[in-house]
Design a protein around this ligand. Structure first.
Ligand code: ADP
Length: 479
């Protein structure tokens, strides 16, 4: 039984939840304590008390804890990667990569504790000095999704702690194991009791308390658009700071002059790796007419060689979908695509068992062609290994279509033209633009985030993370 962490104590919940392996639904990863609303309030109280002295800790104290956590995560990357692949379903190499990323994020923010600085500015008034400094926000509620079970908690926790905030973390119900491991590692690395609290439980219960409790000064949320709106409404109501990362419908433009191998490699990765369950995944390939047929047939060719299997089996390219609910959503969109008149080029079928005969939520990578921009499969986020191709006449038409979406997280272009690459970088209405690269796969020391319906508030990651996790003070002194 894995317990919640409240005020430095590991405590039982009011219920338990079973963490199931999507590659083998008979495999129980573990039983996890579920907090209720009153335990969530206790966690918030513990954080409010602990935050006051944590804000007074030295950068060296915070550096040592974050650095030690990063070191332990790195040393245990194979074991933690195995746990992540087992509870979420991404392949073992992807999972180990994600764990490694989490470790690097802790190391980066360990360094940031020492680099926090302010400005000393001459005043417009004689004899007055102005100091601009950054202070912690206070108690921060972190609400995380299931698709990056360790990296997303890490990229919220590390800056929150580095800048002197106390935290209540509510991980996604489907993947509590990686978040639990992170809390255990940070606690043993020397965090004072109450600085980090872990409350596993339902979004509508535990998450909702975080949104409404006056003692929570800020909320960082990653998840669905619907829940994001709920977070925004609740935070505006009580004037709490908030930051949202939500969906995407990320385009990848492929121009006639693209290197076909580069384009197809980037497209396969964007659409299907991590089972298409990345908010930066591409699900819309916008392809100019002279390369279109070659692109579609090369995609079909590459897709026929992709191995869908148990996430932890060597050689697996695509693991299972995370759960039954997500699988039915993916299947529903495949049916919608067919009904809308899209041509199914590859995939489309579920697979009942792994190569070991174990039941899991397996789905073939799926590609539609002959689609139009107005089809629902080209407008709504599916969040599975399902993508479609739209044929266009020109770069200008491709750019307009790429931007014609309510989202704006990531956008890609495959081209050998410097002119078009440069124009696309400047004119894409996305927060992140990729040239001859997959739309997913980002660095951790630079800002992450989108525009329009994809994101709200300051960027996450890298040095930009301080915008959210600190508040600015301007102090005036008459010498
Ligand atoms: P998904 O559909 O990808 O699971 P959600 O937005 O439902 O995305 O979940 C993202 C996170 O938000 C999860 O940790 C979930 O428990 C949490 N959540 C869901 N509903 C609420 C809510 N009403 N208040 C706060 N958090 C919530």
């Amino acid at each position: 039984m894995y317990k919640n962490l409240i005020g430095g104590e590991w405590v039982h919940g009011t219920r338990t939840s079973r963490n199931i392996n999507p590659s083998d639904t008979g495999d129980l990863v573990g039983e996890f304590a579920q907090a209720d609303a009153s335990q969530a309030r206790q966690a918030i109280e513990a954080a409010s008390v602990a935050q006051k002295s944590w804000a007074q800790s030295t950068p060296q104290q915070r550096f040592d804890i974050l650095d030690m956590a990063g070191t332990e995560i790195l040393a245990r990357k194979l074991e933690l990667g195995d746990l992540l692949a087992r509870e979420e379903g991404k392949t073992l190499p992807e999972a180990i990569g994600e764990v490694t990323r989490a470790a690097h994020i802790f190391k980066f923010f360990a360094g940031e504790t020492l680099r926090t600085s302010g400005d000393l500015v001459p005043s417009v008034r004689l004899g007055v000095n102005v100091e601009v400094t950054r202070e912690p926000v206070g108690v921060v509620g972190l609400i995380t999704p299931w698709n990056f079970p360790i990296a997303i908690p890490a990229w919220k926790l590390a800056p929150a702690l580095a800048f002197g905030n106390a935290v209540v973390l509510k991980p996604a119900e489907l993947v509590p194991g990686s978040a639990w491991a992170l809390a255990d590692i940070l606690q043993r690395a020397g965090l004072p009791p109450g600085v980090l609290n872990l409350v596993m439980g339902r979004g509508s219960e535990v998450g909702q308390v975080l949104l409404e409790d006056e003692r929570v000064n800020a909320i960082s949320f990653t998840g669905s658009v619907d829940t994001g709106r709920r977070v925004a409404r609740a935070c505006v109501e009580r004037m709490a700071k908030f930051q949202l990362e939500m969906g995407g419908k990320n385009p990848m433009v492929v121009l006639d002059d693209a290197d076909l191998d580069v384009a197809v490699g980037a497209a396969i990765n964007s659409a299907f790796f991590s089972t298409g369950q990345r908010c930066t995944a591409s699900s819309r390939f916008i392809v100019t007419e002279r390369i279109h047929d070659r692109f579609v047939s090369a995609m079909a060719d590459r897709m026929s060689g992709l191995k869908v299997d148990d996430a932890r089996t060597s050689g697996t390219d695509i693991g299972p979908v995370v759960d039954e609910r997500q699988l039915s959503q993916d299947q529903a969109y495949i049916n919608i695509g067919k009904a809308e008149g899209a041509r199914l080029v590859a995939g489309g079928e579920t697979i009942a068992t792994s190569s070991h005969g174990k039941p899991g939520f397996y789905l073939q990578p799926t590609l539609f062609a002959d689609t139009t921009a107005s089809m629902r499969i080209n407008r709504e986020e599916i969040f599975g290994p399902v993508a479609s191709v739209v044929k266009v006449r020109s770069y200008e038409e491709a750019l307009a279509m790429a931007n014609d979406t309510e989202f704006g997280l990531s956008a890609g272009i495959a081209t050998t033209s410097l002119k078009h690459a440069t124009h696309f970088k400047r004119n894409s209405q996305a927060g992140m633009v990729m040239v001859n690269l997959p739309t997913a796969g980002v660095d951790y020391h630079v800002p992450f985030g989108g525009r329009k319906g994809s994101s709200y508030g300051p960027r996450e990651q890298g040095r930009y993370a301080s915008e959210f996790y600190t508040t600015v003070k301007t102090a005036y002194t008459q010498a």
